[in-house]
Design a protein around this ligand. Structure first.
Ligand code: MG
Length: 377
């Protein structure tokens, strides 16, 4: 096999130097270790479920809105471009990006908050930890192990945040949270690509849904600046095209700035390998002015889209569905499918959280109706 990783920067992650898999396996013959991880993620059940999970809007609200699946693809695409420019491992970046949201509950953050509330007495629920749990434990595809048995670096990248308590429980994969070290560059890239992707597609979906208006968005300088250029250079452009032209310019600005600032930081820190990356301060970052503009855009979206009355109405209902499902299963585990019921006997409420977190939006709605509506089965 041609070693495509030979030309990567000295501080990039390399398959040959992986800290390995939890269960040892023969190395892949025609792929790198991280390509194998990426392929396992794409073949997983949790990955296919992302198609029917909410980003901001409930899955069936409109056919054109982003779902967690299209979001994850956009993250992967942005992250790969950045990785290629910085000469780090594109395959690892892709694997982390495609897996980063595998643990998301139905109904986006509303679902996670409700499930966390239900699970507080039992250690809480956090989608990030759940993504790791999906790839480590919950996927059932292989004869010799639970989960996907991914490489250490992929698992570490999936675990974006972690409390000290959880870090102590998780061991090596979370040690950087206790040692106050950074993740490898590839994980840092996936993290910021996530932010670039959702800020921009939420503008698009927000305007498409008519919950926010383009003129309103001009409160955010990053949007106003690029929209101005579009209107001036393309007089008479149709409103929808003007939005797309503006959004693509914002993405381009963010990605270019991210690459330039990261190159500057890498040159200054001159890491000789992954260990230097871990010990340095964050090497992948926006410049200060763009960081400030991106934050303004994010807080605009928080105020005007994520807390829009119509979104709140949906998230309130979603929260109620999750809480009521949890309470019903907790009171009577025999309402669960047989294998999940058996898991509740051994593992307690965590098995209920796993079951609910794995639901798609429409499955959760249907299950709720079946459990609570008289005359439905
Ligand atoms: Mg995400």
């Amino acid at each position: 096999m041609v070693d495509r990783e030979a030309e990567l920067a000295c501080f990039a992650a390399r398959s040959a130097q992986t800290r390995g898999r939890q269960r040892q396996e023969d190395p892949p013959r025609s792929r790198s270790q991280f390509q194998r991880d990426r392929d396992r993620i794409v073949h997983s059940t949790a990955f296919r479920r992302l198609e029917y999970k909410t980003q901001v809007f409930v899955n069936h609200e409109g056919d054109l809105f982003r779902t967690r699946l299209t979001h994850s693809l956009e993250v992967a695409q942005i992250a790969r471009s950045v990785a290629r420019c910085l000469r780090v491992n594109e395959d690892l970046v892709e694997a982390i990006s495609l897996a980063h949201d595998l643990g998301h509950t139905p109904f986006g953050h509303a679902g996670q908050d409700a499930l966390n509330e239900c699970m507080l007495p039992f250690g809480g629920f956090e989608h990030n930890l759940q993504s790791l749990r999906v790839v480590d434990v919950l996927e059932e595809r292989y004869g010799e192990f639970d989960g996907l048995n991914l490489c250490f670096e992929t698992r570490e990248g999936i675990l974006k945040h972690c409390s000290p308590d959880n870090a102590r429980r998780l061991g090596a994969v979370a040690e950087r949270f206790l040692l106050r070290r950074q993740a490898p560059i590839e994980a840092q890239i996936a993290n910021l690509a996530d932010e670039i992707a959702y800020s921009n597609h939420d503008i698009d979906d927000g305007i498409r849904s008519r919950l926010i208006e383009s003129t309103q968005l001009e409160q955010a300088p990053l949007y106003a600046r690029h929209r101005q250029v579009v209107i001036e250079t393309m007089p008479g452009i149709a409103p929808r095209r003007a939005v797309h032209e503006t959004v693509r310019r914002i993405i381009d600005t963010l990605v270019s700035d991210l690459i330039e600032e990261s190159e500057r930081r890498i040159a200054a820190a001159a890491p000789a390998g992954i260990d230097d990356v871990r010990r340095a301060s964050a090497l992948v970052a926006f410049s200060a002015p763009i960081r400030a503009e991106a934050d303004t855009l994010k807080s605009f979206l928080h105020r005007n889209l994520y807390r829009h009355p119509q979104v709140v109405r949906m998230t309130t209902k979603a929260g109620r569905i999750v809480r009521e499902l949890f309470a019903a299963f907790q009171a009577e585990p025999r309402l669960l499918p047989v294998e999940h019921c058996a898991r509740v006997e051994h593992e307690g409420p965590r098995a209920i959280a796993d079951y609910i977190a794995g639901m798609t939006d429409r499955f959760a709605i249907r299950e709720h109706r079946r459990l609570f509506a008289v005359g439905e089965f």
